[in-house]
Design a protein around this ligand. Sequence first.
Ligand SMILES: [Zn+2]
Length: 139
Amino acid sequence: MTSIDNRQIREAASIARAISHPVRLQILNELRGEGAYVMHLTAVLGRPQANISQHLMVLREAGLVTAIRDGMTVLYQISDPQVLNIVDDLLALAQKRIESRGLAAGEMESKQGGRRRRRGKCRCPRCSQEDRSGRHGRG
Ligand SMILES: [Zn+2]
C-alpha cells in the first residue's frame, strides 16, 4: 500500500471509534436497506429511546448515518454503502472466530438455539406497512 497521510489515519480511526460499540453495530445493522425510525430501533433493540438517540448522535457526528425528516418523525439511513461493508466484515470475522473457538473446544452449537432472534413488537411506519402487506421483518 502507498503512504497514507495522517489526516486519513485520523479519519479512519474516528470512523472505527464510532462503529466500535455493540449497540451502534446493532443500529447500523438495522439501518440496512431503507433505514429505520428511532421507534423501530427502540423496539427491536429493546433499549430506551434516550439511549438509542445518544448512539445515533455519535453515528451522525462521525458521518456514518444521515437523518431525514419524515413528517413528525426522523428516518435514519446509512450515509454510504461502504459503512455496511465494514459492519459486514466485522460480523463475518466475529462469526469465523466464534466458530473456530467452538471447534477448538470440541463443542457443537445448536443451530436453532443460536439463531433465535427476539424482535420487539414495532409500530413504526415501515413495520406497520409490512404487517398490512402480510410480511414482517427480515428474520
Ligand atoms: Zn419498525
